[in-house]
Design a protein around this ligand. Structure first.
Ligand code: ZN
Length: 164
């Protein structure tokens, strides 16, 4: 089932998600629905609060590989970082430059409750950090500098006006 992606202004995007405690059928279903939603929207990642669920779970995609991480926890980040443009399905039409560590080690669980660990670098590291931010109630607008945020807010306002 494709889920509705919540947009900028929805308080759920500012909410911290709660750790998953039950690895049950409804968790697997949520993961499947999030993967389907990500594909339908042609996104590269999605966090559960973006579809209105306050659970600590993310999905990500890079090339042919898809990832589901329950209770993701970034254990290590590289000292080297890199700035690049990021967009967000919840903030359509906005791209802002964000500096992030180039590689990370993330641990978590699959939907059956088996522990997993991923060493990610480059784009995958960036996607996972973006989604973990979401799970903590943080969006790209909170991560960028003041000037970029102002420009992004202007863009968002214009889009809102144009929609009326
Ligand atoms: Zn996002």
């Amino acid at each position: 089932m494709t889920l509705e992606v919540r947009k900028f202004g929805d308080p759920v995007l500012k909410s911290r998600t709660a750790p998953v405690e039950e690895f049950d059928e409804s968790l697997s279903r949520l993961a499947e629905d999030m993967l389907k939603t990500m594909r339908d929207y042609e996104g590269v990642g999605l966090a559960a609060n973006q579809v209105g669920r306050l659970k600590r779970i993310l999905v990500a995609a890079l090339e042919d590989q898809e990832y589901v991480i329950v209770n993701p926890d970034i254990q290590q980040t590289s000292e080297t970082s890199e700035a690049d443009n990021e967009g967000c399905l919840s903030i359509p039409g906005v791209n802002v430059e964000i500096e992030r560590p180039t590689s990370i080690t993330v641990t978590g669980y699959d939907t059956s409750g088996n522990p997993l660990q991923i060493e990610a670098e480059g784009l995958l590291a960036r996607i996972i950090q973006h989604e973990v931010d979401h799970l903590d109630g943080v969006t790209i607008l909170d991560r960028t500098d003041r000037e970029s945020r102002k420009a992004a807010m202007r863009e968002l306002r214009e889009r809102l006006v144009a929609r009326k």
